[in-house]
Each structure stands twice: as C-alpha cells, then as structure tokens.
Design a protein around this ligand. Structure first.
Ligand SMILES: [Fe+2]
Length: 279
C-alpha cells in the first residue's frame, strides 16, 4: 500500500505592490507571483494546502492587498498567510475577513488542521519594525495549542528566522526572542519543523532539535553576501518555493522538504527506453 502523504507548499515574501509598480524600480513581483501560482496549479500531485510565510505585500496598503487577492484568485489550492515585516495586521484582517485567527485583535496567529497535521501559523511581526518577535500572547497560545495533543504532528510557520544566517543586514532583523520559542519547541516533540521566510533564499539549520528552514522567494533573492562586501543588495536568482511532504508512519511520521523551481523546464524525459535499457 502506498504511504499516506500530505503536501504543504510554502511560498514566501511575495512583496506585491500596486498594479504597474516594480519593487525597487526593477522587480515585477506581480508577474513573479503569477508564475508561482501557475507552477502550484500544475504541480502533480496537487499540494493539499499553501502557506504564505509573510511579506505578502510591500508597503503595505489596502490597494496592495487588493492586488494580491486578484493575483491569488486563480490559485486552485486552499491557502493562508501570516504577516511579515512588510505587512499590516489590520490591513490583512480587512483583506481576509473570513480567516479564523486565534485572537480577535493583535497578532494574527492561527491553527489549521490538514488531515492529521496541525499547521501553526505564528505572527512574528513587530508593527513598524523590520525585526521579528513573538509576543507574550502568541507564545502562550503556541504552548497551549501544542499541549492540546501528543499525537498530531505539528508544522510551525513564522516569517522571521530564529537563527543567524550570515547575511549581516538580515541578521540584524531576525527573530529577537528565539530562546523563548526554542524552549516551547523543545518541550513538544510533535513539532516536526520550524519553517520561515524573510531572507528570500533557501537555508537550513537545526533549531530546538528540529530542522528550521528559510523558504526561497518567487521574485528576487537577498544577495548571498557572507563577507559583508556590499551594501544590502538583491539578485534576481532562479525562483522557487518549498514543498513540505509528510509521510505517515511509525511514531510521528517523517517530513521531507523539497525545493521546487518555479517555471517551465525541459523534461521530464525517460531514463530508460522500451527495452528497459538506459537511453
Ligand atoms: Fe521580511
């Protein structure tokens, strides 16, 4: 019997602007999201859910959220977003009024059950600031929510990475109270991953005993300047998203994260001919 799978796609840092406006005068983030949605819609087998891990818009404004909603309208998969440092909590609440957030004001945390998985979306945004921090009520909600089960695997999503990635100007604006998050994650073995965004490029570290990922973006990447050679810069590198695939099985199962390039590529081509021999 094939193993049961649950596929959670993560896209991040969309930075949608008002129609016709380029990010930094150069990047067409709307077109980048259109290509991302097309790849998600044609991926087989279809992901079960899409998490957007922050920076849905850029400035932010109601017009940008309206533009975002128009661009996401063709997406055939259920989705939910969490705020990043470029989002506005109240603007996001207004843009997605049907969302069942855990609190009626403040941080936009939410729990979403997808089959036997719990997705816990944590709002690490600090209004008006680029860095991240989990507020007291968010940490309490996370602790209580994780304590509500021992059997259901949980995937944590937040915008700001809780680790230093080595890119100096981004490391100033990571999650400031990572130690508090770490203590909670360590006390709940059902957490399978801590998945973040913010840096616009893929990275992996261990955090609190579990894998902790940074998701690449569909548009531009933060320059991989590990030696502080340049001012804060970006590069338009190959766009991608993450696909977290859960395989049910012994214990709390296994989670595997694939990086999926956005766009159309040559192939797939068979390795073997009709005679079973390598081509
Ligand atoms: Fe960000």
């Amino acid at each position: 019997m094939p193993q049961k799978q649950i596929r959670i796609a993560q896209i991040s840092d969309l930075h949608i602007k008002a129609p016709g406006t380029l990010a930094y005068g150069r990047v067409d983030t709307a077109n980048a999201l259109e290509r991302c949605v097309a790849t998600l819609n044609t991926f087989e087998p279809a992901p079960d859910f899409v998490v957007i891990s922050g920076d849905l818009v850029d400035t932010p404004s109601a017009e940008e959220y309206e533009h975002l909603k128009r661009l996401l309208a063709p997406l055939k998969i259920r989705f939910a977003g969490i705020p990043g440092n470029h989002d506005g909590r109240e603007l996001m609440r207004a843009a997605f009024p049907a969302t069942a957030y855990a609190h009626s004001s403040g941080a936009l945390n939410q729990k979403i059950a997808v089959g036997e998985l719990d997705l816990l979306l944590l709002d690490s945004s600090v209004p008006g600031k680029p860095h991240g921090e989990l507020e007291g009520p968010t940490l309490q909600w996370l602790e209580t929510t994780l304590a509500s089960s021992k059997e259901r695997p949980a995937l944590l999503f937040l915008h700001h990475p809780p680790f230093v990635a080595g890119i100096w100007h981004m490391d100033h604006q990571n999650l400031r109270n990572a130690a508090e998050l770490e203590a909670i994650v360590r006390s709940h073995p059902r957490v399978k991953i801590v998945a973040t965004g913010h840096v616009h490029r893929a990275a992996l570290a261990m955090f609190a005993g579990v894998p902790c990922t940074i998701c690449p973006a569909p548009n531009h990447a933060v320059d991989l300047d590990l030696a502080k050679l340049r001012k804060p810069s970006f590069k338009v590198e190959p766009p991608a998203f993450h696909l977290h695939t859960f395989f049910a099985g012994e214990g709390l199962g296994r989670l595997v994260t694939h990086q999926v390039p956005i766009g159309e590529f040559d192939g797939p081509h068979p390795f073997f001919g009709a005679d079973g021999k390598l081509l």
